[in-house]
Write a protein that binds this ligand. Structure first.
Ligand code: ADP
Length: 225
């Protein structure tokens, strides 16, 4: 398995009860998994643990045969090779689209950076928008920039937290299709969080249903009712 999440337990320091209890699931390379559930169920927390923004109290996380967390090991977030797209996209407002995408590419030479930015703009179909600023883009376009920025350093996994929450209902169907196309074109192993079953059915291969911090169901996305 490409991703192996085993028995993750977690409690926020100011919380009385466990936020996550024995959360486990596996993923194959290139698969798209959705974490589905009502608000407060612990979906975003699972992403935060995988990204390394919080530390589980026990359990293990293995990605591509590399232990990134267990009782003895804690790999820092920036060393995990994980890309993340936040709910609000978190684009840098004072930077152009090109500069936003270039941001995480410091180790590359200038020409390589430019090539990668071009490749990413093509992937998300924004070739003409490199010189614009985030406020000059629609919500859907901003989301595509956030995805391009997250994918530019070639992460092994992409995490997306409620990718559709900031979009109006009319746009949602179109943006869903676009996201599906981008993820498949990139071939990236992805996990996205949502509270909407329709997102799961139209984009994901697998689904984990999270209820009060417990995995209530784990299966094929197409079987979600
Ligand atoms: P979901 O993504 O399913 O809405 P979250 O993972 O955001 O759920 O939250 C799970 C639970 O943890 C909720 O009860 C929430 O209030 C609590 N929680 C989230 N973030 C924090 C935090 N930083 N400190 C304390 N409790 C938190």
């Amino acid at each position: 398995m490409f991703i192996e999440i085993r028995d993750l337990n977690f409690k926020y320091s100011n919380s009385k009860t466990e936020t996550l209890k024995d959360v486990s699931f596996n993923m194959k390379k290139g698969e798209i998994l959705s974490i589905l559930g009502e608000s407060g169920g612990g979906k975003s927390t699972v992403l935060r643990l995988i990204a390394g923004l919080e530390k589980p109290s026990n359990g293990s996380i293995v990605i591509d045969n590399r232990i990134i967390f267990d009782n003895n090991i804690f790999i820092l977030p920036e060393k995990r090779g994980i890309g993340m797209v936040f709910q609000d996209y978190a684009l840098f407002p004072h930077m152009t689209v090109d500069e936003n995408i270039k941001f995480g590419l410091n180790i590359l030479k200038r020409k390589e950076k430019e090539d990668r930015v071009k490749e990413m703009l093509e992937l998300v179909n924004l070739q003409e928008f490199g010189k614009r600023y985030p406020h000059e883009l629609s919500g859907g376009q901003q989301q595509r920039v956030a995805i391009a920025r997250a994918l530019a350093p070639k992460p092994s996994v992409l995490l997306l937290d409620e990718p559709f929450s900031n979009l109006d209902a009319n746009l949602k169907i179109k943006i869903r299709e676009e996201l599906k196309i981008i993820l498949h074109k990139a071939g990236i192993t992805s996990i996205f969080v949502t509270h909407d079953k329709e997102d799961v059915k139209s984009i994901a291969d697998k689904v984990v249903i999270l209820k009060d911090g417990i995995v209530a169901q784990l299966g094929e996305a197409k079987d979600v009712e």
